[in-house]
Design a protein around this ligand. Structure first.
Ligand code: 13P
Length: 258
């Protein structure tokens, strides 16, 4: 449900899946399943691997699609001796409008710290794009009752130094780690409580901006559970992993009200 001032956003995080040839087909198939009315209600975003960005950009521009393009990661430096990394300007030049920052897989598998994630946030805004800041607790943290402490500190560190205007444009994805790729979804009520908590943490910096900040839920989102999540006040959309790889399923998630 979200709010009138916040447009719903359904984002597909393809993670390390699909060659650029697969990606072209996936975006084309997705576009055949969506129409003008869908894009009016929902901003639709796909985040393929770096190697597919140029191909997907070309499909979107050639076919005049309303699908937005996002990246899964960025290095916060402008340029330089950072072998294997990709800069914000390189992404912006490919018409990338969103960048996923601080996904739990990057925090856990690649040791990304809150401080490094904050640098990325700054660099994404500076390049004219919008970051999707990912936060979420582990199963152990949830069980011991420290989920809010963990998520609160991730949000505070991630948004440090951002202007009120940037906070209003920001997207935060609450993704409990125990729900990612497991088929276990947070209940809609629990997800809403945590997304509301995320908004209150942004509100501690600017209550006015926090009403515009979009907060997504992620973690085993699928066509069967999205409607219940979207009915909640503080959930403005979803960050979808596995179900975004199948155009039929992803289109059903986008058209959650049908
Ligand atoms: P799943 O939808 O596969 O659980 O992945 C969620 C996720 O990590 C999206 O960023």
């Amino acid at each position: 449900m979200g709010s009138d001032v916040r447009k719903n956003l359904i984002a597909g995080n393809w993670k390390m899946h699909a060659t650029h040839l697969d990606a072209i087909q996936m975006v084309q198939k997705l576009s055949y399943r969506l129409d003008h009315g869908d894009y009016e209600r929902v901003e639709v975003l796909v985040c393929p691997p770096f190697t597919s960005l140029r191909s997907v950009q070309t499909v979107i521009e050639t076919d005049h699609l309303s699908i937005k393009l996002g990246a899964q990661n960025v290095n916060p430096n402008d340029q330089g001796a950072f072998t294997g990394e990709i800069s914000p300007a390189m992404l912006a030049k490919l018409s990338v409008s969103y960048v996923i920052v601080g996904h739990s897989e990057r925090r856990q598998l690649f040791g990304e710290s809150d401080a490094f994630i904050n640098q990325k946030m700054r660099s994404v805004f500076d390049a004219g794009m919008t970051p999707i800041l990912c936060v979420g607790e582990t199963e152990a943290e949830r069980d011991e009752g420290s989920a809010m402490d963990r998520v609160g500190s991730q949000v505070a560190a991630g948004i440090a130094g951002l202007s009120d205007e940037e906070l209003g444009r920001l997207v935060v994805a609450y993704e409990p780690i125990w729900a990612i790729g497991t088929g276990k979804t947070a209940s809609a009520d629990d997800a809403d409580e945590m997304c509301g908590f995320v908004r209150s943490q942004v509100g501690a910096a600017s209550s006015e901006a926090a009403e515009r900040t979009r907060v997504l839920y992620g973690g085993s989102v699928n066509p069967g559970n999205i409607a219940g999540l979207m009915a909640k006040r503080d959930i403005d959309g979803g960050l979808v992993g596995g179900a975004s790889l199948d155009p039929d399923q992803f289109a059903s998630v986008v058209r959650y009200w049908m």
